[in-house]
Design a protein around this ligand. Sequence first.
Ligand code: MHO
Length: 213
Amino acid sequence: HDVDIPTKKATFGMGCFWSNDSLFGATPGVVRTRVGYSGGTTKNPHYRSLGDHTEVIELDFDPKTVTYEDLLDMFWANHEYGLTTKLKRQYQSLILYHDEEQRTAAQASYKVMQERCNGQLRTEIAPASTFFPAEDYHQKYRLQGHKDFCQSLGIDASKLQTSHLAARLNGYLVGVGGRTQFEQEVQRLGLTEKQAEYVRRELERNEGGGLAC
Ligand code: MHO
């Protein structure tokens, strides 16, 4: 059940990357996600020594199902610590664009938002540079809280950054995406009935909340 279709990349800094990993992971058209550090100049950042880097999420998305503009809307609407608060570099609101088309779209949406925020917006827009994947324990953070479940699915450290299923479940388990959407793709995801029941239980318990860091 791993998805092999042409994808594009998008990279966003929106505060703590755990919740955004879940948010985008269960978004239709998002194929894979990974979290890491980017946007700075220092070499080999780690969670405890970020240098001038920012926590970012990197997405592989299918542009036929979800547009970069859709993703930008989600970017503006889902910052962990807001858009106008002064934050440390770790949580900088940041769009790292991958091509000219993304740059144009990002700048256009920025202009609209900046007006809405009376010029108080602190978002930065810059070309994507080296992405340093975060430590394994940060990848699919919510999913990893379900150890036995991960084991039953064969999701180990080697799959955390590459598995479509892991991206999806990391969202559904905290209620992102919702029951209807889950039922529409549960077949395709290849879960056993028992595994699907487990997800439904968690999904229903967490729907409408569960995203805070
Ligand atoms: N509130 C979280 C943020 C972690 S996020 C990976 C914490 O204090 O651990 O920055």
